[in-house]
Design a protein around this ligand. Structure first.
Ligand code: PDD
Length: 287
């Protein structure tokens, strides 16, 4: 993806807007020491946030599942997102935000004396709407799902996805589809879908996958459009034999997949169902 942003960016650290080279957190931060933190990635199109309320709802859930404090009020977070767009002149790209349990002497249990959560954010300019990958479709490879049992919480503990995505890149693919017991769970940083006989098939929500905000929007758009979505697990073999395949995420939106493990899907071209769903998503995002 093309880097559109001029440097340096303005980043946000614990209430302050700073030049990016001055944004620093403590070496005792529990996010750094234990991955004891959660995050959200929200897309920006035409300087406006996409699916933002859903991201904030999921943030609240992630925090509460880990018994972490909100770092500030929801209104302050809203202002921070708007300021980040404004101060970085961001028309298209993403805002990354992260909350950790804060910094304290290293003990596995929560700090005995309450500490303030750490809140940071930064922007990345990207071509999301006219992403050339959406025209050609992307390749994915399957990779074992090495993650923990609470994948429904959006934590910064991302080593398994890092290794999965790297394995995919080294095989010439753009995404890894993680596999457990022969079934696809999700992408390393996206939700996974196949299309068979006009129906979209994707795994149902549970602790085994992240409840994607883009997934949620897609369900609504598909329902309005009369496209049926079946929530169930699918195997790697079913994926090879699918008519179409695609992924969703805040940074990819609805992205066609044309190859899985070197096997062409749908003749190697983005199919009609995914093209329609991407177009609907872009329209709703204000592209
Ligand atoms: N990742 N599943 C996983 C494991 C993810 O990391 C993501 C998002 C998704 C899709 O969720 P959403 O539609 O809310 O973006 C599913 C973000 C984009 C990231 O880590 O960069």
């Amino acid at each position: 993806m093309k880097e559109l942003q001029r440097m340096p960016r303005t980043v946000f650290v614990n209430g302050e807007y700073l030049p990016e080279d001055q944004g620093k957190v403590s070496i005792f931060d529990r996010g750094f020491l234990f991955a004891d933190g959660v995050y959200e990635v929200s897309a920006v199109v035409n300087a406006r946030l996409v699916d933002y309320p859903a991201h904030m709802e999921r943030l609240g859930r992630s925090l509460s599942e880990l018994r972490m404090e909100w770092p500030c009020t929801r209104a302050e977070l809203d202002t921070m997102h708007q300021e980040m767009i404004h101060r970085n002149d961001l028309t298209e790209g993403i805002i990354y935000m992260q909350v950790t349990r804060g910094s304290a002497d290293r003990t596995f249990n929560f700090p005995k004396v309450p500490v303030k959560p750490t809140l940071i954010a930064f922007t990345q300019a990207m071509s999301l709407v006219d992403n050339p990958n959406a025209v050609t479709g992307v390749k994915v490879v399957t990779t074992p799902d090495l993650r923990w049992a609470r994948r429904d919480i959006k934590t910064v503990m991302l080593l398994a996805p890092v290794l999965g995505k790297q394995a995919a890149y080294e095989q010439g693919a753009q995404e890894g589809w993680m596999v457990e017991d022969g079934f696809v769970t999700e992408g390393t940083s996206s939700n996974a879908y196949i299309v068979k006989d006009g129906k979209v098939i994707t795994r149902g929500l549970s602790n085994e996958i992240l409840a994607g905000c883009t997934r949620r929007a897609l369900f609504r758009l598909a329902r309005e459009e009369g496209v049926e979505i079946v929530e169930r697990k699918f195997t790697v073999e079913e994926a090879y034999a699918a008519d179409e395949a695609f992924l969703t995420s805040a940074s990819q939106f609805v992205m066609p997949i044309v190859e899985i493990d070197g096997k062409r899907i749908g003749g190697g071209q983005p199919g009609p169902v995914v093209r329609k769903l991407r177009a609907l998503f872009l329209q709703e995002a204000g592209a």
